[in-house]
Design a protein around this ligand. Structure first.
Ligand code: SIN
Ligand code: CO
Length: 381
C-alpha cells in the first residue's frame, strides 16, 4: 500500500472534527483487499454485523444480517454494508496505518460497503468521524454544512435527513478518500459499482463510558474506600428525606477523587481497550507448541482486529498493555520486544530471541496467555 498525501499536522489543526475534506490519492495504486463476493461471505456469518439498504420502486428498506440469501433483497438500488471487517482480514486492518497519526484507542472499526450504480444509503448524519476510502468503482459524494438537519425515518433502522446545499460535491476514484466529521450531512451516490472502506472513529458518549468503566471496575474488583459521611452531619438540620447541596457535592467529590486515583487509570484503560473482538474458541497452546514455534523460527503475529494499547509516560515505557479489557504485565527487560510486537504486528524468531524466550518463564507465560486468548497466532515467516 503506497500512501499518503495527507499533511497530518495541517489536517489535525484545520480539519479533524472541524470540517470535511476530500483527499485525492489517499492510497496510490489501491488494490481492494476484498471483493463483493468475500463481503457477501462475511455477511453470512452469525457474529458479523451486516445490513442491506435498498431503494426499490421508490421505497427504502433495511435488511439486517446475517444473510442466507441475497437475490430477494438485492433489488433496485442496493448497498451491502459490513461492520468490523478489520477484525477478520489483516489487509483491511492495515488501513488503520493511514491514520496512525491519531491514537489507536480512538479508532472504532473498518466498515466496508458494496453499492451498485445509483445506490447509496441516503443523505444522513453520523455521530462519528469517518474516512471513507474509494475502492473499485466511482462514487459521487456530497457533504453539507453542519446545522439543523432534522432526521426522519422512512423505514425501520434508517435515519435520513432532507437534501442539503453541498459544500463538497465531488466524484471519488479508486484510492481517493473523503473525511467527514460528526454532524455533517452527507450522501454518496454510486456512479460505477463501488467498494468503500469507512475507517470510523466513534467517540464514546458520557453514558457509554460510564457503562464501560462500571463493567470494568466490577470485573477488575477495583478496591477503593467507600464513601464516608462528612463531619457536617453533626449540625444537620434538615428533614430526614432531604439531600443537601453540600451532600451532593460530597458525593461528587467522592466520585471524582476515585476517578482521579491511579487505580482508576487501570479501569479506564481496560474500558477503552474494549474492541468487541469476535469470540474465538479457547485455544490450548502448550509450552511445547510455543517452543516449537521458537525452534522452527516461525513468527508470532497479532490477530486481525487486535488493538493493544498501553499507558505511556514521558519515557514511553511499557510495563502493562491492554487488549479487549484484559491487562498484560511486561517485565522491564522485555519492554522493547513487546513494543516491537505491538508496533510491527509480528515478531520474527531469530537465535537471539529464541534464547530470550527459552530462558524466561514470565515471557513464556505472557506469550502463551496471548496465544490462548487468540490475540496472537503462530505462522511460518
Ligand atoms: C456507504 O459506504 O455507503 C455509507 C458510508 C457512510 O455514508 O457513512
Ligand atoms: Co455516513
Amino acid at each position: 500500500m503506497k500512501t499518503n498525501p495527507l499533511d497530518s499536522k495541517l489536517f489535525l489543526a484545520e480539519y479533524w472534527q472541524q470540517k470535511p475534506l476530500v483527499i485525492r490519492g489517499f492510497i496510490q495504486l489501491f488494490n481492494d483487499p476484498i471483493d463483493e463476493h468475500d463481503l457477501a461471505g462475511l455477511a453470512q456469518e452469525e457474529e458479523i454485523d451486516a445490513r442491506i439498504v435498498r431503494r426499490f420502486n421508490g421505497q427504502w428498506k433495511v435488511f439486517q444480517g446475517p444473510f442466507e440469501t441475497f437475490d430477494d433483497k438485492c433489488k433496485g438500488d442496493w448497498t451491502l454494508l459490513v461492520q468490523g471487517v478489520d477484525k477478520y482480514i489483516d489487509q483491511v486492518k492495515a488501513l488503520f496505518e493511514l491514520v496512525s497519526f491519531l491514537p489507536a484507542w480512538r479508532t472504532d472499526d473498518v466498515m466496508i460497503s458494496y453499492s451498485v450504480k445509483n445506490a447509496g444509503v441516503g443523505a444522513h448524519i453520523d455521530q462519528y468521524d469517518v474516512f471513507i476510502i474509494q475502492g473499485k468503482g466511482k462514487r459521487r459524494w456530497k457533504v453539507g454544512a453542519k446545522g439543523e438537519h432534522a432526521p426522519f425515518s422512512p423505514t425501520e433502522n434508517l435515519s435520513l435527513v432532507n437534501d442539503f446545499e453541498p459544500i463538497i460535491d465531488e466524484v471519488l476514484l479508486p484510492g481517493d478518500a473523503i473525511y467527514i466529521p460528526p454532524q455533517f450531512p452527507h450522501s454518496g451516490v454510486t456512479i460505477e459499482d463501488s467498494l468503500n472502506y469507512s475507517i470510523g472513529f466513534r467517540a464514546p458518549s458520557f453514558t457509554e463510558l460510564l457503562h464501560e468503566v462500571t463493567d470494568q471496575a466490577i470485573a477488575s474488583e477495583l478496591a477503593v474506600p467507600r464513601y464516608q459521611d462528612n463531619k457536617s452531619l453533626l449540625n444537620r438540620q434538615h428533614p430526614f428525606h432531604a439531600v443537601t447541596p453540600a451532600e451532593i457535592q460530597e458525593l461528587k467529590a467522592y466520585l471524582t477523587s476515585q476517578i482521579n486515583s491511579s487505580a482508576f487509570d487501570d479501569v479506564l484503560m481496560r474500558a477503552i481497550s474494549q474492541s468487541h473482538l469476535p469470540e474465538t474458541d479457547e485455544e490450548d497452546y502448550t509450552l511445547e507448541d510455543l517452543m516449537e514455534c521458537v525452534n522452527d523460527a516461525q513468527s508470532l503475529y497479532l490477530s486481525p482486529g487486535v488493538k493493544p494499547i498501553f499507558l505511556t509516560d514521558e519515557d514511553s515505557t511499557l510495563s502493562r498493555f491492554y487488549i479487549n479489557c484484559v491487562a498484560f504485565d511486561v517485565a522491564s527487560e522485555h519492554q522493547s520486544l513487546v513494543q516491537d510486537l505491538i508496533h510491527d504486528g509480528y515478531l520474527n524468531m531469530n537465535p537471539e530471541l529464541e534464547d530470550i524466550i527459552c530462558q524466561n518463564e514470565a515471557l513464556q507465560s505472557l506469550l502463551l496467555g496471548l496465544l490462548n486468548l487468540g490475540y496472537i497466532y503462530i505462522e511460518d515467516q
